[in-house]
Every structure is written in structure tokens, then in C-alpha cells.
Design a protein around this ligand. Sequence first.
Ligand SMILES: C[S@@+](CC[C@H](N)C(=O)[O-])C[C@H]1O[C@@H](n2cnc3c(N)ncnc32)[C@H](O)[C@@H]1O
Length: 263
Amino acid sequence: MTISFDRAANFYDNTRTLSPEVSERLTAEILRLGRATPDTTFFEPGIGTGRVALPIVERGYVYTGVDVSEAMMDKLRQKLEGKAHRLTLINADATALPLEDNSFDVAVAPHILHLIADWQTAMDELRRVLKPSGVFIYFHHPNNKTASRDAIGRQWREILSSYGYASGFTGGVTEDVLGRLREQGAELETVVVAELSRESTVDSLMKAYRDRIYSHMWRVPDDIYHRAMVELEAWVAGEFPDPNQPVTSQDNITITAAYHWPD
Ligand SMILES: C[S@@+](CC[C@H](N)C(=O)[O-])C[C@H]1O[C@@H](n2cnc3c(N)ncnc32)[C@H](O)[C@@H]1O
């Protein structure tokens, strides 16, 4: 099963954006962990709108990205219109890459493996296209299986489970991916890039549920989703009568580099 982000192309950047400071720190850490020189070549499966790739591409690196969503990659193409760059975009599935073995120095996989049911095959493909001396850089936040960072999210999970529906991600989350890398004998280095404290309101969080902006909301069958929303709205009205009440969620961006990842 593949989760294309075609439906999110028009709102992805508005809802998943990183602040310029966090983006700058993230880019610097990727370049440091990837031991980048001007000749370093990068690869990213699920490149999307280039949230992570664009600052690296803009620094002049050779970068190849694949995605199953042409609409997401079009957003990235628009950002680079009229600019010189060395980015190649390919419409392909991360589990079957139309790329040669041993092609890249650094493979970056942010926010992708949790979407792919067969995430192990996607990792094998990443390993295959990475040079033996290459570095694999992984991250995904939230760093948990459930995607619930706040009380409303936890209540949402409970309501869904009362309908017999397990919310959460289809693919591999951080503990799965790092566990597999360790089992395979890779050497890992993990750094915290940023602590994210997000301030929103009850109303804006509820709007995210109504608009189904996150991918874990897309897989819930429509009839269950609508019934669960009625229950969630009622619970929220009781628990948080003021729609402007602030809701804080804590999260961090932790990235891991894998070195000497054996075949
Ligand atoms: C959550 S977005 C992440 C985009 C980017 N890596 C980032 O961090 O902003 C996931 C992207 O992966 C793509 N995707 C999902 N499953 C895929 C697959 N099996 N192969 C390639 N791309 C995939 C989606 O279309 C989407 O653009």
C-alpha cells in the first residue's frame, strides 16, 4: 500500500513547515553527519515539496529525489523555477527504485518510512543505491507510534479504537528503523537538532481533524471518521469549552546517521 501525498500538495508546506532557524540547523547537521564535500551526491526517497532537500539543493549539491506524487514534486519544481540547480526528480516508488546500485554518497529519509507498509524493502533499496562508504540519514518526528502529541490526539485514538480501528502509522517508525539498522550492524550517531514546542489552540487543532490534514487521518474509512468526529467534537466541547484555549505539544527533531551499513 502506498500513501501518495497528492491530496496534501496544496497545504503540505503550510502545515508542516519548519522555522528558518530549525531548517538551517537541520541542513547544517545533515551536511555535517553526511561528511559533505562539494562533490557529495544526495538521494531522498519521498522528497515531497523539498522541505528538507531544497536548502541542500540551493547550496549547489547534486541531489536526486523520488516520489509517487507528481503534485508534491511540482511544488518543488516551482520553487526552483529560473534558478540553476543540480536536482533530478523521478516519479517512482521507494520500494522499487529505478536507480543503479552504489550511486549516492548520502541517502536522506525524513518522514517517509512510517508511510510504507513494506518499509523493510524500502530500506533495502536505500542500502542498494547507497555507496558502500555512504551515510544513511534518518529522521521522523513525532518519535512515537501513535502520532498523538496532545490530549485531543490521545482522545481521538481512544475513540477510533472503540470502533475497532487502530490509529497510527502503517510503516516503520523510529524504533523499528533504528532497531533494524542496529541488527544489520550499522554504526549509529544520533543528535537532537531542535526541541519543538508547538502552540496552537483547541479550535485550530480541531480544524486539522475536520480538514484531515495529516496522513494518519486519511487511512481511516470515511464512515468511521465521521462518526468518530462527532464523538470527538462532543468530548472537546465538554473538556475545552473555550475554543481559543492554547494547546501546547512537545516534540523534538532527532536525526540519526548510520555509518558502515553492511549489505
Ligand atoms: C510526509 S511527506 C515527506 C516529504 C519530505 N521528505 C519531507 O520531510 O518534507 C512523504 C512523501 O513521501 C511520498 N511517498 C509516500 N509513499 C511513497 C513511496 N512508497 N515511494 C515514494 N514516495 C512515497 C509522498 O507522496 C510524500 O510526498
